[in-house]
Design a protein around this ligand. Sequence first.
Ligand code: RFL
Ligand code: PHB
Length: 390
Amino acid sequence: MRTQVAIIGGGPSGLLLSQLLHLKGIETVVLERRSRDYVLGRIRAGVLEQGMVDLLREAQVAGRMDREGLVHHGFDIAYDGRLHHVDLDGLTGGKTVMIYGQTEVTQDLYAARDAMGGIVIHEAENVALHDVKSDAPFVTYEKDGETHRIDCEFIAGCDGFHGVSRKSIPEDVLREFELVYPFGWLGLLADVPPISDELIYANHERGFALCSMRSKTRSRYYLQCSLAERVEEWPDDRFWEELRLRLPESALPGLTTGPSIEKSIAPLRSFVAEPMRYGRLFLAGDAAHIVPPTGAKGLNLAASDIHYLSAGLIGYYRAGDQQGLTDYSRKALARVWKAERFSWAMTNLLHAFPEKGAFGDRIQRAELDYLFSSRAATTSLAENYVGLEY
Ligand code: RFL
Ligand code: PHB
């Protein structure tokens, strides 16, 4: 098979790139290791920045999001038994975020790719990248016991943190920066109405908690947990009981509990790989960087990478202009590092870090007190949360 851009990974990054390129007449083939059901079964992000919302509209996949998504004008931080409101809209001159699940975004992208006859090959095993430094790179994979080859002009590595693309860049070229946090997030999804109209990020001595949602009838909650814990140790009743302990009294009357429909533990990590280009291979999304979920930035960074990468490829195919591709890694990384900083800061601000001792605890309290007493500090938080300009 031949195509112009071979895309490794059929998550949000890969599908969005495929869709944006297709709309400009550029051919792609997407190779995904898992089945479609598996990809759609993963419960992940829920908060979309304005930039990502606009990009989904440009990609012509925003119809359902615009009908069913919830526009949020702010969120709350719970601290010292009180809720503190962060008025995103008021502090950023009218910017908001959209609550719409990653699962829904991915479903809409698959529907659009299907409608346009896009090629997405599922259960592609042992994907391997070849000759990425040459002008004639190719990709091989196995399916149903046969080996296949795709010749292409460019390869987009959109295969997430555990993918093969980043590993195809030689060790003496790639630099990796990593910080692993000493805890994880235990997530629970339930078909119950959310506790409040707003998301609540809770700082508590027992550990961080987050009240989020997917719709007016579906809630998503998270608890900071130790890395040694297993989901089986957290029956629903224990989860709800612990959540209650970490939230202010005043918020509790709004809490509706019910049976979970999904529960999982995710470790928290900060990670960046540089550069994001090697020859004709371009990395995008989680393949190149990971943020802890506290700032709601992971999926949104995947979208901003795809914004820069699609523009670079379109410039190249439309006008023979290489500049966008030359600048890709630098531009994407400049935005990535700012989101890394913000996600790291939000994580430090809101989680319990017993190993940092009493001094660390006092610094965290000072930071929270400063945040709620300074409009400049809250504005900075709001500006980052709604997303920096592309
Ligand atoms: P994905 O979604 O991991 O997709 C990569 C795809 O590549 C496939 N793959 C391969 N395919 C072929 N060959 C191989 N060798 C392959 N190896 C892997 C995989 O099967 C997969 O389908 O990466 P992508 O597309 O870059 O998207 C990134 C986002 O998924 C991620 O950043 C977010 O989910 C992060 N995240 C959040 N981001 C936000 O912006 N807002 C949030 O509120 C938010 N909350 C979260 C999150 C992530 C979480 N977890 C569990 C990691 C909450 C959680 C709990
Ligand atoms: C989610 O709804 O899954 C979610 C929301 C906000 C975050 C992280 C996750 O910061």
